[in-house]
Design a protein around this ligand. Structure first.
Ligand SMILES: NC(=O)c1ccc[n+]([C@@H]2O[C@H](COP(=O)([O-])OP(=O)(O)OC[C@H]3O[C@@H](n4cnc5c(N)ncnc54)[C@H](OP(=O)(O)O)[C@@H]3O)[C@@H](O)[C@H]2O)c1
Length: 309
């Protein structure tokens, strides 16, 4: 297939270009800066310069191009800090950005659209021991500070399901692996920055970037239009278990903890994610329908270290 990929230079985008071209697909890779063109070509993609948030510019850039599918992997999470609103770059990319990319999909003649969604769309609260599936309520606001993130996921999913295209949403678990959260946490632990709440935080479901990439290729090839798929590994772990695995793998000091009230005061989103939320998610549907199995069954296995309880 010929694929138009937004977010091509990101943590998932880069390995995705290589995986797609390795499977014989052609990749038209969107990037805002011409400086990224060399990297994209090295990975096997064909660069297209455009900003997803600039609708007219995007449509101009893709005019005359043809693609069978559009993949929306553009995010801008690095700046998430004290304030969190619907206008934050990642939320805007999920809401207005999806609308712009759907318009681009029409211009290039695509019949398939895959969008990045997130398991935290199931809600920033304690879900208990239940394994969440795609049949559980998704995108229901609860008055949490983190509601704009959840609303962004709902917005992108609703748009791709409503459009006249085979729309698929991938509800990724938390990413770890090269350039993802494990690298970020390793840096913070090296600087002795406290990174988790006292008590170890709730459970979360994770996915190694390499497995997320394989699941995305599988969804492109085998996914059913109108469906959401959870993309997670087999073993949900607490935040303490996550940072311990990262510390062992990256040879950093053990993570320092701080009280949740202090996290809430400094980076409130992280308090919602680590303390308020506890979720265990099932990827049974993706395994069944996409013909995908995560190679890395758990974070410790994916990082090549022994699990600690
Ligand atoms: N499920 C998860 O846990 C999850 C989900 C998303 C991200 N993350 C993680 O969060 C960390 C930070 O992520 P990040 O979102 O800052 O960066 P990132 O994943 O490194 O890159 C984001 C990508 O989106 C593109 N992009 C951003 N705004 C755009 C726009 N307006 N138009 C077109 N493309 C645009 C960027 O392209 P340019 O080259 O044009 O900048 C880049 O390719 C990473 O470690 C990532 O793994 C985790």
């Amino acid at each position: 297939m010929r694929v138009l990929l937004a977010g091509a230079t990101g943590a998932i985008g880069q390995p995705l270009i290589a995986a797609l071209t390795g499977r014989g697909h052609q990749v038209l890779a969107l990037a805002r800066k011409p400086e990224s063109h060399g990297l994209i070509r090295e990975l096997g993609g064909e660069p297209v310069t455009a900003d997803v948030m600039d609708r007219d510019g995007l449509l101009r850039a893709v005019r005359g191009l043809r693609a069978d599918a559009v993949l929306h992997e553009a995010t801008a999470l690095k700046g998430v800090g004290r304030k969190l609103t619907a206008d934050d770059p990642t939320n805007a990319l999920r809401d207005r950005g999806t609308a712009h990319l759907l318009a681009a999909a029409e211009v290039v003649g695509a019949h398939r659209f895959i969008t990045q969604s997130l398991i935290t769309g199931y809600g920033y609260f304690d879900h208990g021991d239940k394994r969440l599936t795609e049949d559980d309520p998704f995108g229901v606001e609860t008055g949490s500070y983190a509601d704009p993130v959840l609303a962004g996921c709902r917005a992108t999913e609703e748009q791709v399901f409503a459009a006249e295209i085979e729309g698929i949403a991938l509800r990724y678990g938390l990413f770890y692996g090269p350039r993802a959260f494990s690298d970020m946490f390793a840096d913070l632990m090296r600087k002795r920055t406290p990174v988790i709440p006292m008590g170890g935080g709730g459970f979360a479901s994770w996915v190694h970037i390499a497995d997320a990439v394989e699941a995305t290729v599988a969804a492109l090839e085998n996914g059913r239009g109108g469906q959401a798929y959870n993309i997670v590994d087999d073993v949900p772990i607490t935040w303490r278990q996550f940072v311990d695995a990262v510390a062992a793998a990256h040879h950093t000091p053990r993570a320092l903890a701080m009280p949740t009230w202090l996290i809430r005061l400094t980076v409130p989103y992280l308090a919602c994610l680590m303390s308020d939320t506890s979720m265990r998610v099932s990827a049974e549907k993706a395994r069944r329908e996409l013909d995908w199995t995560p190679i890395h069954r758990s974070v410790p296995a994916g990082l090549g270290v022994a699990a600690r309880s």
